[in-house]
Design a protein around this ligand. Structure first.
Ligand SMILES: Nc1ncnc2c1ncn2[C@@H]1O[C@H](COP(=O)(O)OP(=O)(O)OP(=O)(O)O)[C@@H](O)[C@H]1O
Length: 648
């Protein structure tokens, strides 16, 4: 974090100027009354009044400069916190993001940081009041010890309620932040595109609105109490200040009548009193501000204190850059894995439906059990098997989204825990089934993989991914907006765009979760062609759904219940007559449900969801990639091999 010392120095300087002016003005008023008005001296009145006016202008400037520097310190600290928290959250494991509700996190990083900054700024201004209060009290004692004692005797009346109100405010601030965050979380979840779609299809708008209203009602309730408490302290202080002034005039008036001091001194004392309770009011809110700031700092540090599970060790090994040699080989050596416990990766306060502390700390079930296999350099390895068997989980370990619980995953002989995260990111490219794009132009989304890519590079990658013609045909071409709210692309187009992004990145290892959903036969053909380019000369680990991929695979690993049940080529596995051939034959012989003839069911695809696969046009074009017979009617060529236990 940056040092704020120079700003502190200026803040102090302006505070001294401000305090000196505050205490000198009543003295000057005393001179105007006692030496000017009472002695009929117009010269003294004019001169001293001009000095008072001049000092008022200087004080105004000093106060402006003071607020600039206190703001600068407060904003500076919040800026540092915000950036630090962002970087820290970036380093959190995937498990953190799967558990955390984005709205709550956003409120933590925005709302709390803002509250902390506001409280810090007012605290700084209040703290500078200490100097003013000291000088004012010293001057009051100099003018009249009796009046000063009366003023001091009243101080506890100011301070005690201040402390009580401060505590209540702290409590309600915390409740308000949490309630607001939860409200933001609901808005975020319900109104992002996916959430809104789900709500439209399945939701019950009236009940949801009622539930939202109930939550909003809680926010309102806490907000009202908070406002009352925060006003209460000010109203009380103002009342006490007025009472004190009345008392000073009452007692001081008597002293003037008894010639203890002159009227100028009484006016000066009354003016000083106004300058005493003001700063003291600020000082009493110092505590509540400090408490508010502490609540927010606590909530921010709660995030900052989360220890990232995936850390780079000091002096990590850099994997060979893609293109600098043969593609690397991947090795799983006795890899067992369980997903991390909630308590290790996230905060209950950032989850919308957090489990109890005991449940959060409970060990999760082991998902992979002693997996050992090799993915040879430059070859295609297909992962197939029943749903929930652990295929996706295994691929997560290759990109180090998680570390194995025991055993090791190695690339070119280096344990992934020893390699630098940057080099791993360069080497491994992943295309998931539901590729994500930011709500931005195609150009920006593609350049994300390679910021220095030229227009030519971008179009070349798009051509290789069989999406170039489509992009050229769009009115804005590469500048077309896609992503959450840019619903221009179909599922198949999205996957090809994701492949273009992968080609731009040009990793030496490709991890691919083949999409089968939403694809018509033409898209599938295009994807097949794109894949052939994307996987060439790369070490690839593909969760395979298409027969074409499976047949072309150099190695097939059948993953079931977290272990590698079988491995070999398509022919070898069929010949072995084990789980693979059982799954294959079961699916292959499945009777047609839509009247398509047996020929139409010749291209089974392992483990792909059928939902959304049709209506493909029968005979709209052969599947390119040369592996299988023509596509079938109604997506029937997408056959789920062992997708559901009841189909096995
Ligand atoms: N984030 C997670 N936290 C806890 N358990 C998980 C998590 N993700 C997956 N699992 C569990 O891990 C097991 C393996 O899931 P995985 O997604 O790896 O299977 P899969 O073979 O890829 O299945 P599919 O083909 O249906 O995608 C499943 O039992 C699943 O419930």
């Amino acid at each position: 974090m940056k040092s704020h010392k120079p700003a502190f120095a200026f803040l102090l300087l302006t505070t001294v100027v401000d305090s000196l002016i505050i205490v000198s003005t009543p003295l000057l008023l005393k001179v105007i009354i006692d030496e000017g008005i009472l002695k009929d001296d117009a010269g003294v009145i004019t001169t001293v009044a001009l000095v008072v006016a001049g000092l008022a202008v200087v004080d105004a400037v000093a106060q402006l400069v003071q607020s600039y520097f206190s703001g600068r310190i407060g904003q500076g600290v919040s800026h540092d916190l915000r950036v630090e928290a962002f970087k820290h959250v970036q380093r959190q494991p995937m498990a953190f993001f799967t558990r955390t509700q984005t709205g709550l996190l956003a409120s933590r990083l925005n709302g709390d940081v803002m509250l902390a900054q506001q409280a810090l700024t007012t605290m700084l201004v209040s703290a500078t009041s200490v100097l003013t209060v000291t000088l004012v009290l010293a001057e009051m004692f100099y003018l009249s010890w009796l009046i000063s004692l009366i003023a001091i005797a009243m101080l506890p009346l100011f301070i005690v309620p201040g402390i009580y109100v401060g505590r209540r405010l702290q409590h309600y601030s915390r409740a308000q932040m949490q309630a607001n965050g939860e409200l933001g979380g609901i808005i975020n979840e319900r109104f992002n595109v996916g959430g809104a779609m789900l709500a439209k299809l399945f939701g019950r708008p009236r009940e949801e609105a009622a539930a939202f209203e109930a939550r909003a009602g809680e926010v309102r309730q806490v907000g009202i109490i908070w406002t009352v408490y925060s006003r209460l302290s000010f109203v009380f202080m103002a009342l006490l200040a007025s009472l004190a002034t009345a008392l000073v005039y009452g007692v001081g008036g008597g002293l003037v009548l008894n010639d203890v001091f002159r009227i100028g001194t009484l006016v000066a004392l009354a003016a000083l009193l106004g300058r005493l309770y003001g700063p003291i009011t600020q000082l009493s809110s110092l505590q509540s501000n400090a408490l508010t700031a502490m609540v927010s700092f606590d909530r921010i540090f709660e995030v900052l204190d989360l220890k990232p599970l995936i850390e780079e060790k000091p002096d990590p090994v850099a994997l060979a850059a893609p293109g600098s040699g043969p593609a690397p080989e991947i090795e799983f050596d006795q890899v067992s894995f369980r997903y991390p416990r909630a308590s290790d990766v996230s905060l209950a306060s950032l989850e919308s439906n957090a489990l109890s502390a005991a449940e959060r700390a409970k060990e999760t079930a082991e998902v992979l059990h002693g997996m050992t296999f090799r993915v040879p350099s430059g070859k295609l390895t297909a992962l197939v098997g029943p749903s929930g068997g652990g295929k996706t989980t295994a691929t997560h370990l290759v990109s180090r989204l998680y570390d194995p619980t025991s055993g090791s995953v190695r690339i070119d002989g280096h344990d992934l825990r020893d390699v630098s995260l940057d080099s791993l990111r360069d080497v491994v490219g992943v295309v998931s089934q539901d590729a994500h794009f930011y709500h931005d132009t195609i150009r920006v989304n593609l350049s994300y993989a390679r910021p220095d890519a030229t227009q030519r590079d971008l179009l070349r990658a798009c051509d290789a991914a069989q999406i170039g013609d489509l992009i050229r045909s769009l009115p804005s071409g590469l500048d077309t907006v896609v992503g959450d709210r840019g619903f221009r692309l179909s599922g198949g187009e999205k996957q090809r765009l994701a492949l273009a992004r992968l080609l731009l990145k040009a990793p030496s290892i490709v991890v691919l979760d083949e999409a089968t959903a939403h694809l018509d036969s033409e898209s599938e053909a295009a994807i097949q062609l794109a894949l052939t380019t994307a996987l060439r000369d790369r070490t690839s680990l593909v969760i395979a759904h298409r027969l074409s991929t499976i047949r072309e695979a150099d190695q097939i690993l059948v993953i079931d219940e977290g272990v590698v049940r079988e491995s070999g080529t398509h022919e070898e596995l069929l010949a072995a007559g084990g789980l693979y051939s059982e799954l294959y034959h079961t699916q292959f012989n499945r009777p047609s449900t839509n009247g398509a003839g047996p020929a139409a069911r010749k291209e089974p695809v392992l483990q792909g969801p059928v939902i959304g696969s049709g209506p493909a046009l029968g005979g709209s074009g052969p599947v390119l990639g040369g592996s299988g017979p023509p596509p079938a009617v109604g997506g029937e060529h997408i056959l789920r091999l062992g997708a559901d236990p009841d189909e096995r």
